[in-house]
Design a protein around this ligand. Structure first.
Ligand SMILES: [Zn+2]
Ligand SMILES: [Zn+2]
Length: 216
């Protein structure tokens, strides 16, 4: 049984997720903690909850999702997991940080590449990796079918979608990812996005003003 805890971090208001099981094993997804107090908040939560971080995961590597990668790597000795197509985005993030006036310490560890439709296990639970490009070339979502929730990164938001005007973005590809990878999931699936509130697949199919399901 997995539990999802979220934090909103950095001036870019990014959602960082901790997903943990009843044995205290957890994944840290998109650690966007930028300031020292945000890093302390994350660390104290993990400590006080008695959680043991097992994985450092990125849905994609825009700077707001990777600010805390190096901090998590150093603090918990975790190796970053991401899709291979995000490597150039990860490499470029520190330059983006300088351009945006948000310099940060880049990730310096090894990389482990996650594959489309691969399975990531945390104890008795598992996520399937969905490849959902368009916002970023190697955007992935972590889908827990047994508990009907998905960590969607910046692909799908409540009544909105991710931007496609960053390098490697593609509007048509983004729409295709949402229709063919996300809108095919059951309506009740909870969506934990990279920004803003939680939503569901069914709510977005009904109400999303940018991408509607195709009707046959
Ligand atoms: Zn993004
Ligand atoms: Zn973002």
């Amino acid at each position: 049984m997995l539990t999802v805890k979220s934090f909103v971090f950095s001036p870019l208001q990014e959602n960082t997720y901790i997903v943990h099981n009843e044995n205290g094993e957890c994944c840290i997804i998109d650690p966007g903690c930028y300031f020292g107090n945000e890093r302390n908040e994350l660390k104290e939560f993990l400590h006080e909850s008695g959680l043991q971080p097992k994985y450092l995961l990125n849905t994609h590597c825009h700077l707001d999702h990777v600010f805390g990668n190096q901090f998590v790597h150093e603090t918990y000795r975790l190796t970053l997991h991401l899709h291979e197509l995000e490597k150039p985005v990860l490499d470029y993030a520190p330059t983006f940080g300088l351009d945006w006036g948000l310099p940060f310490d880049p990730y310096k560890g090894d990389l482990i590449f996650l594959r489309e439709n691969g399975v990531l296990r945390l104890g008795n639970d598992q996520f399937v990796i969905l490849l959902t490009p368009g916002h970023s070339p190697g955007s992935i979502c972590f889908y827990c079918e047994a508990q009907q929730f998905i960590i969607s990164g910046d692909v799908l938001f409540r009544e909105s979608i991710g931007r496609s005007d960053f390098p490697g973005g593609d509007q048509q590809e983004l729409e295709r990812s949402i229709r063919e990878k996300l809108y095919v999931l059951p309506d009740k699936v909870l969506v934990y996005p990279g920004h803003g509130p939680v939503t569901t697949i069914g709510f977005e199919k009904q109400n999303n003003p940018y991408v509607q399901p195709l009707h046959h």
